[in-house]
Design a protein around this ligand. Structure first.
Ligand SMILES: NC(=O)c1ccc[n+]([C@@H]2O[C@H](COP(=O)([O-])OP(=O)(O)OC[C@H]3O[C@@H](n4cnc5c(N)ncnc54)[C@H](OP(=O)(O)O)[C@@H]3O)[C@@H](O)[C@H]2O)c1
Length: 337
């Protein structure tokens, strides 16, 4: 398995991580047995980075991981956990809590649910505009000192916030959306991470399935699935985005690869400091994603990919407007106190 370092302060991990969110939340019903089999297949293939959040299925995702990791070598797994998104019983997201007390309390529950004595990378899921990032990161740093956390991470933070956080404690990685369809980090955030030696774990590399080659306009999408109403998945935007996928398919066909492999391969090609997370929930999807690690993209291939899906070509925003408003990364990382 090819490995990459997560920033100068972070752990070395397999070059592809597994994101477990869709196994519990946001993408419609998931099958627990298939999810656990997918996690096992990932570990068996040499994947080391597993990403979760305490709010994914309100604890469900962590309990699922605990089950999947039973009897496995904990030391060989890098568990990345997000916290701080507040949920109501109906699943609605009702706030963000980055207060130091919330850091410690959330971590206590996470450790119990995961059945482990430490989290490898701990990060606030969304920057809390009411709490200076120094306070949130300072509390995670205390948990590092106490041995409950190994590394500090960030999620959807803008360049200014990354700098402020990194000044308090070295940040291993910033987790943020990055794909052929979402290239917003290239202007400021990625250069800032590179300057500081902060790694990037890229999520949504398949644009939540849109860029996988397996999505179609007539796909049935369950109520409650984020993609049922997401801007890029609806109306005319969907048709325009699927036309981009068709163009990418031509490049993939010429390489004897799949659309998903080319989309993941493109993210891998953007730098040794980037580790894509894939949201596979089934073993066949995982196997397809792992195939991207064997794909060699030449300069000509990369140019063909850029022609098929030029920067800024995506139709529609990556989130609904109220969600975009919660993203520090979309505010330049300067709106926090
Ligand atoms: N920090 C943040 O704010 C944030 C936000 C979102 C996600 N994340 C993390 O990033 C992870 C990945 O995000 P994501 O799930 O949106 O990413 P993704 O990999 O872009 O999309 C996953 C979706 O793509 C579909 N898919 C089709 N072919 C696939 C293939 N070969 N391999 C993998 N998936 C394939 C899967 O659908 P089917 O299984 O239904 O086919 C799945 O629903 C999440 O699990 C989570 O851990 C973080």
């Amino acid at each position: 398995m090819i490995t990459r370092a997560l920033g100068s302060a972070g752990p070395r991990v397999a070059a592809l991580g597994l994101g477990c969110m869709g196994m519990s939340d946001f993408y419609g019903p998931a099958d627990e047995a298939k999810s656990i089999a997918t996690i096992h297949a990932a570990l068996d293939a040499g994947v080391t980075l597993l990403d979760t959040g305490d709010y994914y299925g309100m604890g469900h995702n962590e309990l699922l991981l605990r089950e999947a990791l039973r009897g496995r070598d904990r030391g060989g797994v890098v568990l990345s956990v997000k916290f701080g998104l507040l949920r109501a019983p109906d699943g609605a997201i009702v706030g963000i809590d980055g207060r130091p007390a919330a850091v410690k309390s959330s971590l206590a529950y996470t450790l119990r649910r995961l059945g482990t004595d430490h989290v490898d990378i701990y990060r606030l899921g969304r920057v809390d505009p009411a709490v200076p990032i120094e306070e949130t990161v300072g509390a995670i740093a205390e948990m590092v000192q106490a041995g409950y956390v190994r590394h500090v991470g960030l999620s959807e933070a803008g360049a200014g916030t990354v700098r402020r956080a990194h000044a308090v404690h070295p940040v291993a990685d910033l987790q943020i959306e990055y794909s052929l369809l979402s290239r917003g980090i290239e202007a400021e955030i990625l250069p800032a991470c590179r300057e500081l030696g902060v790694g990037v774990t890229a999520y949504g590399v398949l644009s939540r399935g849109l860029l996988s080659g397996h999505w179609s306009a007539d796909r049935a999408v369950a109520d409650g699935d984020f993609r049922k109403t997401a801007p890029r998945f609806t109306g005319e935007n969907l048709d325009r985005n699927l036309a981009l996928v068709d163009a990418l398919r031509a490049v993939a066909d010429a390489k004897g690869a799949t659309v998903a492999q080319v989309a993941i391969g493109w993210v891998l090609s953007r730098g040794e400091d980037i580790v894509p997370l894939v949201g596979a929930r089934r073993r066949d999807r995982l196997a397809e994603a792992l195939g991207a690690l064997r794909l060699e993209l030449t300069a000509e291939d990369l140019a063909a990919i850029e022609r098929a899906v030029p920067a800024g070509a995506a139709a529609g925003d990556r989130y609904h407007a109220p969600q975009i408003a919660t993203l520090d990364s979309e505010r330049g990382g300067v709106a926090t106190r």
